[in-house]
Ligand binder design. Structure first.
Ligand code: PRP
Ligand code: URA
Length: 213
C-alpha cells in the first residue's frame, strides 16, 4: 500500500470523500449516517482488498469457454469492532457476501481512554483465511490494536484494517504495535482533542450510528 506513512493509505477516491463529508456534518441524522457508513464500508472493503492473490480457472459463459480470474484463496473474514464497525460491515458484506463474519466488542473508558473487550466471536476456521478488521474510528488506536491482537491470536493468515477517520496518534500507535498490518482510511484528520475525540472527526460514531446520543 502507498501513502505518506508506511503501511498507511488514504485512497484518492472522490465518491468516498464526498460521502465522508456528508457523514461528518452534525445535522446528518442517524438513518442517513447508517446508510452512508454502509456505502463507505463497501468502498473501503473493495479498496482494502484490491490486491488479494488471484488465480485463473476455466469457466463457461453462455457463449464460450474462457480462462477467467478468481481469488486464489478463500474470502477473508470480515471482523467488525462493535458497535460502530457494524455500520461498515453492512456495506462490506455487499462486496463479500460469502465471507464469514467475526464480532469483537470493544469499549473505551471515557476517562482513561483505555479500551476493554466485552465480546469475542470469531469464525473457527480463521487460521485458513485472512481478515479485514473494520472500525470507523482510529483515535488513540487502543481498540483496533487489541482487536487485531485477538484476530492474530486466532491464527488469521493476514490482517488488514479499514477505518473511516484516523488520527495521527492512532496511526502511529498501530504502526508500532502491528507494523505488518496495512491500514486504509478514508481520511487522516488533524489530531485528538483532550477527550480523545478526533478533530475535526465526526463525533461519536457508535452513538450516531445507533441513535444513542
Ligand atoms: C469508538 C470507535 C472505536 C473506538 C476508537 O468506540 O468506534 O472502536 O472508539 O477509539 P480508540 O482508537 O481510542 O480506541 P467506543 O469505545 O465509543 O464504543 P461504541 O462503538 O460502542 O460506541
Ligand atoms: N470514538 C469515536 O466514536 N469518535 C472519536 O472521535 C474517537 C473515538
Amino acid at each position: 500500500m502507498s501513502g505518506s506513512l508506511s503501511n498507511f493509505h488514504v485512497p484518492r477516491h472522490t465518491l468516498l470523500r464526498a460521502k465522508l463529508t456528508r457523514l461528518r456534518r452534525k445535522e446528518t441524522d442517524s438513518a442517513t449516517f447508517r446508510r452512508l457508513l454502509a456505502e463507505i464500508g463497501a468502498i473501503l472493503a473493495s479498496e482494502a482488498l484490491r490486491d488479494l492473490p488471484e488465480t485463473t480457472g476455466t469457466i463457461e459463459t453462455p457463449v464460450s469457454r474462457m480462462e477467467a480470474p478468481m481469488l486464489a484463496g478463500p474470502e477473508p473474514c470480515l471482523v467488525a469492532i462493535l458497535r460502530a464497525g457494524l455500520g461498515l460491515l453492512d456495506g462490506a458484506r455487499m462486496v463479500l457476501p460469502d465471507a464469514p463474519v467475526g464480532h469483537l466488542g470493544m469499549v473505551r473508558d471515557e476517562d482513561t481512554l483505555i479500551a476493554s473487550e466485552y465480546v469475542v466471536r470469531l469464525p473457527k476456521d480463521l487460521a485458513q483465511r485472512g481478515a479485514l478488521v473494520l472500525d470507523p474510528m482510529l483515535a488513540t488506536g487502543g481498540s483496533a490494536i487489541q482487536a487485531i491482537h485477538r484476530v492474530k491470536q486466532a491464527g488469521a493468515l493476514y490482517v488488514r484494517f479499514a477505518c473511516v477517520v484516523a488520527a495521527p496518534e492512532g496511526v502511529a500507535a498501530m504502526q508500532a504495535a502491528h507494523p505488518d498490518v496495512p491500514v486504509l482510511a478514508a481520511a487522516l484528520d488533524e489530531r485528538l482533542n483532550e477527550r480523545g475525540y478526533i478533530v475535526p472527526g465526526l463525533g461519536d460514531a457508535g452513538d450516531r450510528c445507533f441513535g444513542t446520543e
